[in-house]
Design a protein around this ligand. Structure first.
Ligand code: MG
Ligand code: MG
Ligand code: MG
Length: 305
């Protein structure tokens, strides 16, 4: 039986590419593994897979009784509903530790770096598994995506080192140009407001409350018209009404290196003040680029208090 290597819901480039790259590393170690995903790929990921001639992983929604490796997450909220009936074999992740637990020992590679593929590179090196050029190119893109071209505060020296080594394997010399092409593909706003909110969306349990946080990373926020912003705001209210205490959308301007906040909440003030901004027509958060490092921790702290 081939184990499934599975990334989180609403898959981003890192979760899709880690499923592919870690399945390759496991196979190289003699462990039969297949990449899987919990949804269709987003425009940025489609660009990356096309660029390096890779196939999108099969979409899987049920994992009961299957062997699974979790990549780029360890939260039940981001897993298939029947995850606890699966045989969890291992985790590769770079987020805060989630609430997944197991009955048997497992292999965990969890590091506070900017990208799960940086960890996959370390594991490949540790086990002497060679990475083919197409997979190396996609892993490089995942690192450029997750670290926002090395500008995110989540980026570490290990991410830069892995990216440069992967670029050499993939034959990529201009990382900046590749990153910008990728972010142009990512900045595609040609989708419904609901799909835009859910393109990169995660639910969190914060002090017993369900808080959903979406992030849209764009080359420039000037691409978001006043009309689209109003549609996003009203759709966010609908998303909140689906059993959440709060629904938040973080609109990140990659070039300006900051984010604008949209909120629908039972308690807007707690969100706005936790994120250090003020209620205004435009709630701008300078320097905020990372959900995992700059948005989730202050909200988690505010809801714990
Ligand atoms: Mg991810
Ligand atoms: Mg990631
Ligand atoms: Mg991200």
């Amino acid at each position: 039986m081939s184990a499934l290597v599975l990334g989180h819901k609403n898959p981003d480039t890192d979760s899709i590419v880690t499923a592919i790259s870690y399945a390759h590393v496991l196979n190289g170690r003699g462990i039969a593994a297949t990449a899987a995903a919990q949804g269709e790929v987003a425009p940025e990921t489609e660009f990356v897979l096309n660029k390096f001639n890779l196939q999108a992983p099969a979409v899987v929604s049920e994992v009961a009784d299957k062997e699974v490796y979790l990549v780029d997450f360890s939260d039940l909220a981001q897993a298939p509903a029947d995850l606890l009936k699966a045989k969890i074999q291992g985790i590769v992740d770079h987020h805060k530790l989630g609430d997944v637990t197991t009955d048997t020992p497992l292999e965990c590679w969890i590091q506070p770096v900017g990208c799960s593929n940086t960890i996959v590179k370390m594991v490949a090196d540790y086990y002497n598994v060679a990475i083919p050029a197409p997979i190396a190119g996609a892993m490089l893109c995942a690192i450029l995506s997750d670290t926002v071209l090395f500008k995110s505060p989540t980026c570490t020296e290990l991410d830069k080192k892995a990216a440069n080594e992967l670029a050499a394997i993939a034959g990529v010399s201009d990382l900046e140009a590749l990153g910008m092409d990728m972010f142009k593909a990512k900045s595609n706003l040609n989708a419904s407001p609901r799909d835009l909110i859910f393109r990169d969306f995660k639910d969190f349990d914060m002090g017993g409350k369900k808080i959903g946080i979406g992030q849209l990373e764009l080359i420039s926020l000037s691409m978001v018209s006043a009309e689209l912003k109003a549609q996003l705001q009203s759709e966010l209210a609908a998303v909140k009404a689906e059993g959440r205490h709060s629904a938040v959308l973080v609109l990140t301007d990659i070039m300006k290196e900051g984010s604008e906040l949209l909120v629908a909440s039972d308690d807007e003030d707690i969100i706005i003040s936790a994120l250090g901004t003020k209620k205004a027509d435009v709630m701008w958060m300078p320097g905020v680029m990372s959900r995992k490092k700059q948005v989730v921790p202050p909200l988690q702290a505010a809801f714990k208090a």
